[in-house]
Design a protein around this ligand. Structure first.
Ligand code: PMP
Length: 433
């Protein structure tokens, strides 16, 4: 093994990892192989991104062919066909009316872009005072300065200066009352009314947007209470505030529909995505907006560049080719419908962990499950981290955040795979301190 010293690993205990490294060497379908050749069942679709499974032939081929034909082309003042095809294709799967697409490289960039678009939209419509952004505690919208300001995860923000003018709704998780709920909790929709408090405090005419994950994943699987998103939509609409859904995790089938917006029947004004857009194979993020938002910004400006924003790799040809091929696989194999049809059995299998040692909550939606453990006294997160390592050694990749296990297997996974993940977790929890 080469020296591990030089790579500064993201979101990682570098010292711990480098003392006992776990390296993934290859992947196919629902499995990784580690450097020693052991097979590891991927219970997390990589980082919530490999929705169609790993190394899918048509996606690999599309990337290879695109690299040979046109490896890079600017999209500033120029273009290339693939990215326009992708935008046109996305209109067919996104909620009706959301049909203008801005591309970047990640979920973080998609989020920051969404905030800039919100400001630009209100400016264009003659309401430049609308600058306040309302996020939510425990929200995760990436790690740019916009993302950590609108997000609500203290660890991500600690020690960094935040942007001014951000407020946060309460998180919707309520284990005291809703532990072990299957699907959406019945209570908690009234938390959306906190928005009315901000409107009273600051005035609707100063609020640009509300940004939330319709179902939050990275912060530990927070399923929205029934009626909560509907109320956010009604209040924002009434007060001219844009509603932004961060669908970086929920986009592309995770909840059994193309977007969470469609699953919940609540259409926001802006949707951010990344991850499953390209099946994780090439980095790409996307900020999707209603046509009138695009029209307002592009038509209000004097002739010339209307929106001073973009990335060298916006709409990169390889990413666009990977996204088009991923959409072909999702549609050709009916993977969003498959996720919907597997939801009930998935729910049953993971709720069986309610009786497992240390488990204080199980929650789920679509092909996502969150299993919350009682923290070890004086060492929050330690029990889940031990579980993560032991499951990996037993051939199952899970994801942990704090003391919460988050599971999101590829949409091609079978009930046998779900069972294997659940049994490995239960057996391991029975053994660990
Ligand atoms: N938003 C959400 C909801 C996410 O889960 C993530 C990443 N897990 C991001 C934004 C940031 O995406 P990226 O890491 O691609 O910047």
């Amino acid at each position: 093994m080469d020296d591990l010293a030089n790579f500064w690993m993201p979101f990682t205990d570098n010292r711990g990892f480098k003392a006992t490294p776990r390296l993934l060497a290859s992947a196919s379908g629902c499995h990784y192989r580690d450097a020693k050749g052991n097979e590891i069942l991927d219970g997390t679709s990589g980082l919530w991104c490999v929705n169609a499974g790993h190394a899918r032939g048509p996606i690999v081929a599309a990337i290879r062919e695109q690299a040979e034909e046109l490896d890079f082309a600017p999209t500033f003042q120029l273009g290339h066909p693939r990215v326009f095809q992708l935008a046109q294709r996305l209109e067919t799967i996104f909620p009706k009316g959301i049909n203008r697409f801005f591309f970047g490289n990640s979920g973080s960039e998609a989020g920051d872009t969404a905030l800039k678009i919100a400001y630009a939209y209100h400016e264009a419509r003659g309401e430049p005072a609308r600058k306040r952004i309302i996020g939510r505690q425990r929200g995760y919208h990436g790690v740019g300065f916009g993302g950590i300001s609108v997000g609500g995860l203290p660890n991500n923000a600690r020690g960094f200066p935040l942007l001014p003018g951000f407020s946060h709704l309460s998180a919707t998780l309520d284990i005291a009352n809703n532990a072990f709920t299957r699907g959406q909790p019945d209570t908690g929709a009234d938390l959306a009314d906190e928005l009315l408090g901000f409107i009273e405090e600051f005035g609707a005419e100063t609020i640009a947007a509300v940004m939330v994950e319709p179902m939050s994943g990275s912060a530990g699987v927070l399923v929205p209470p029934k009626g909560y998103l509907e109320r956010l939509r009604a209040i924002t609409q009434e007060h001219g505030i844009l509603l932004i859904f961060d669908e970086v995790i929920t986009g592309f089938g995770r909840l059994g529909a193309a977007t969470a917006a469609q699953r919940f029947g609540v259409t926001p004004d802006i949707i951010t995505t990344a991850k499953g857009l390209t099946n994780g194979a090439v980095p790409m993020g996307c900020t999707a907006v209603r046509q009138d938002i695009y029209d307002a910004v592009t038509q209000a400006a004097a002739p010339g560049i209307e929106f001073f924003h973009g990335y060298t790799y916006s709409g990169h040809p390889l990413a666009a080719a990977a996204a088009l091929a991923s959409l072909d696989v999702y549609e050709g194999e009916g993977l969003f419908e498959r996720a919907a049809s597997l939801e009930e059995i998935f729910e049953d299998i993971f709720h069986a962990l309610s009786d497992a040692r240390h488990v204080i909550d199980v929650r789920n939606l679509g092909l996502v499950a969150g299993i919350e453990l009682a923290p070890r006294e004086g060492a929050p997160g330690a029990r889940a981290m031990e579980l993560f390592h032991a499951c990996f050694d037993a051939g199952v990749l899970i994801r942990v955040t704090g003391d919460i296990v988050a599971l999101s297997p590829p949409l091609i996974a079978t009930p046998d795979h779900f069972e294997r993940i659940a049994v490995t977790i239960a057996d391991t929890l029975a053994k660990i301190h």
